[in-house]
Design a protein around this ligand. Structure first.
Ligand code: ACM
Ligand code: ZN
Length: 761
């Protein structure tokens, strides 16, 4: 098996040698020559009076590890004719932090920098350029980088270790992934409802009790299924110390997050006296948001201050993340301590109480020379005077904070949540939902266009978040993070005028070398063509979107039994699918990059064809601007939306009744109508309180044919059966159930309804 791997790997690397070398993130400037130089056993030298022994050793070990991965066992670091030279210099002018230049010539490899940080980034570029050849020589393409440096100061990656726990060895491996991409902030999400993961010596029950749960959700949230396995773990302070050192040597600052006042169930299970009700509580196995949160009473503040004392001793960085997101005010509204605090402090309401909470913690951390950063909810009820804001519910919170002259880190869910799908959900393992493919991450701009030049200065940078409800193991963290981390790294390091997705795509193909050498389990979903369908003049069409604009595609269509309906042909862009030619109810489109005839990365899309497919739908009330799908045509595009949802496939309405009228074009005898619906109470999405199906021949006079669901109906898809009728128009009416009832998520808010494909028989 190992031999087999080596054979494939060696073939791959020798094939890659014909490709142009590449670096991600793209350097400020780089030119390549035609020659490759052998640095298999080079001497590493330093002319610097500063101690660069870590950097020299780091490069030596990295080269050695590359050698081992490629099957070379005789790698030695011997003095040879081509030395690798590190030089530090003090420039007359002020160069940006992390600045370096790199030259590979026929005489030597030379990295010049103004600090150890720059030397480290130069090493990363050198490592990406160097490739093992089949003859077991390490070669690097002739290259010249004349001054490369990062655009943003905060180039972050987050990891949630509460929902799933990852041991120290993996945390180091994750830090290595950051280093490879020249990222410099690791946001370590150490506490949440489902587990407290940092040893606190004064409060040992935080990890003894709060570090463990007796069940976890399995499958998607909406299935409400649990296992009954004990699950948990935590980091000792000695381990954390070790990780902090490890990161620091790689020029990565760790920002620890201690969640408050919400997301505190694990802490409250251990110390229920810091809640409003006194408990008792257990560490939940369910994901989501919980009503029991820290109660802002004196003993709670004292407890949190003692916890933060230990956190500050472990983490030397300026920023401490205090959470602040998703804190329900339910308990505070009826707690006499909370209400007394509101009175005593002259606060308007519970939102101001949250602000009071954060400001107290801020004052304490400021007194220890630290600055707080929190999720954008900390804006509500008044922003603490010196707080930095992490904008996750879009960029609006970040814009508001920047206008208030507060530092901002952008991490909007639209582009920066790496727990979202990165490819067609039909071809991915289960994720929380959302759709954030590689190209979307790459298109992200941390600077909102409507900020003034002055306000833009407050945007420190951005980060991507890896929440782990649906990421149970290390391999899957790597899969969700890579290569999207590369796109985020380039957004944060390189200048936008250098951003070109086709070029980035080519460089990612090269970067796979580095991923393979490190053994990372990266996703190849970015290589899949995207397939969508749409209606044009009552006919169904497909749009075959290649993974990079310069790639050609092949496609074919399979029948339900997987026999070939339409043999492979070349084509991309808009292509008609003639339903007359393909009368099957079910078929599947497959597409792949031309040349990849073994079809290693195939995109597919199953279709369900009915009388309604590709027919026009009129909507009486337009869907919410947040969930417009691709217009009303989404309801008859032959594609059934997925669960968990990606929003482009669902149409959503908030508070409104929905009326959809399908025009079949000609009078047709029909007896069955069905429609896909999404029910997800946790996310405020409800089933209609009433249905009505009516039909018409002329589009004026409608006759009601059904108001009751047929027994075949499920939560996911409702059916209506009726005595056969001749009709051209079919109207589906769904009544909104009104305000969300008490005790449910979003109580008192308007209910949402979400629908997708309509079928008519
Ligand atoms: C968050 O995603 N709750 C910050
Ligand atoms: Zn309280």
């Amino acid at each position: 098996m190992i031999k087999h791997f080596c054979l494939i790997f060696c073939l791959l690397t020798s094939a890659l040698l014909s490709a142009q070398s590449a670096i991600v993130p793209q350097p400020a400037n780089v030119t390549y020559g035609n020659r490759y130089f052998d640095i298999t056993a080079s001497e590493i030298q330093s002319s610097s009076p500063q101690d660069l022994s870590f950097e020299i050793n780091y490069l030596r070990l990295a080269l050695k590890s590359k050698a081992q991965q490629s099957g070379t066992t005789d790698f030695r670091v011997d003095p040879l004719s081509i030395p690798i030279q590190f030089d530090l210099f003090n420039p007359d002018t002020l160069l940006p932090e992390g600045w370096y230049s790199l030259q590979t010539t026929d005489k030597q490899v030379r990295i010049l920098a103004t600090s150890k940080i720059g030397i480290f980034y130069g090493i990363q570029s050198l490592l990406q350029l160097s490739v093992w050849r089949t003859d077991k020589r390490l070669v690097v393409q002739e290259a010249s980088i004349n001054g490369d440096f990062p655009k943003f100061a905060w180039r972050g990656m987050h990891l949630d270790v509460s929902r799933h726990f990852f041991p120290v060895e993996f945390i180091k491996r994750y830090i290595d992934m950051l280093a490879l991409h020249k990222m410099n902030v690791f946001h370590w999400h150490l506490t949440d409802d489902q587990g407290w993961r940092i040893e606190i010596k004064q409060f040992t029950k935080l990890t003894e009790i709060g570090g463990w749960r007796n069940s976890s959700m399995v499958g998607h949230y909406s299935e409400h299924r649990y296992d009954s396995l004990r699950y948990g773990g935590f980091y000792t302070q000695a381990e954390i110390y070790e990780v902090v050192q490890y990161a620091s040597q790689r020029n990565i600052t760790i920002v620890p997050e201690i969640e408050m006042p919400g997301h505190a169930m694990a802490a409250l299970a251990a110390y229920p006296q810091f809640s409003c009700t006194g408990g008792p509580f257990t560490v939940p196995g369910k994901w989501g948001v919980f009503d029991d949160v820290f109660c802002p009473k004196e003993e709670t503040f004292l407890f949190l201050e003692q916890v933060l004392d230990e956190v500050c001793r472990l983490f030397p960085g300026k920023f401490i993340h205090i959470g602040g997101d998703e804190c329900p005010k339910t308990r505070w509204k009826t707690c006499k301590n909370c209400q007394k605090r509101i009175q005593d402090e002259n606060l308007k309401d519970e939102h101001e109480l949250q602000s009071y909470f954060i400001q107290r913690i801020e004052k304490y951390l400021n007194s220890k020379g630290r600055q707080i950063i929190g999720w954008d909810e900390i804006l509500e009820g008044g922003l603490a005077p010196k707080a930095a804001v992490m904008s996750w519910r879009g960029t609006e919170g970040g814009i508001e904070a920047a206008r208030l002259k507060h530092p901002v880190v952008m991490t909007p869910g639209t582009h920066c949540y790496f727990d979202h799908y990165q490819g067609n959900p039909r071809q991915e393992t289960i994720a929380i939902g959302g759709f954030t493919p590689l190209e979307k991450v790459y298109q992200f701009d941390p600077i909102p266009a409507d900020l003034s030049i002055e306000e833009r200065k407050y945007i420190l940078g951005a980060q991507a978040n890896v929440w782990t409800e649906y990421i149970p193991n290390e391999e899957h963290v790597e899969y969700m993070a890579l290569p999207r981390m590369a796109a985020m790294a380039e957004v944060l390091w390189s200048y936008p005028e250098k951003r070109d997705y086709a070029d980035f795509f080519r460089r990612i193909e090269w970067l796979q070398n580095s991923y393979d050498e490190a053994g990372y389990n990266y996703s190849r979903s970015f290589l899949r063509p995207q397939i969508t369908t749409f209606s044009k003049n009552g006919e169904l069409w497909m749009l075959l979107d290649p993974p990079s604009p310069d790639k050609q595609l092949n496609y074919r269509i399979l029948q339900a039994d997987l026999s070939i309906l339409l043999p492979a042909q070349e084509g991309k862009g808009e292509i008609p699918i003639s339903i007359q030619q393909v009368p099957q109810e079910r078929m599947t489109i497959e597409a792949w990059i031309a040349g990849d005839e073994t079809k290693t990365v195939v995109g597919y899309m199953p279709l369900f064809i009915s009388r309604a497919t590709a027919k026009a739908v009129e909507l009486k009330t337009q869907p919410s601007k947040h969930y417009p799908g691709s217009g009303s045509g989404t309801l008859t595009d032959g594609v059934s939306a997925t669960l968990p949802r990606i929003n482009s496939e669902w149409l959503g309405w908030s508070g409104d009744d929905v009326e959809m009228t399908v025009d079949l074009g000609v009078k047709t005898k029909i007896s069955e109508v069905s429609i896909g619906q999404l029910v997800d109470h946790m996310n405020w999405i409800y089933e209609p309180s009433e249905w009505k199906i009516s039909v018409s021949e002329d589009g004026l006079n409608y006759q009601t044919v059904a108001t009751q669901l047929s027994p075949k109906s499920t939560l996911r898809k409702v059916h209506f059966k009726f005595i056969g009728k001749n009709a051209r128009y079919i109207r589906i009416e769904a009544k909104n159930p009104g305000k969300i009832p008490d005790g449910k998520a979003g109580a008192g808010e308007s209910s949402w309804m979400m629908f997708d494909e309509i079928y008519v028989k």
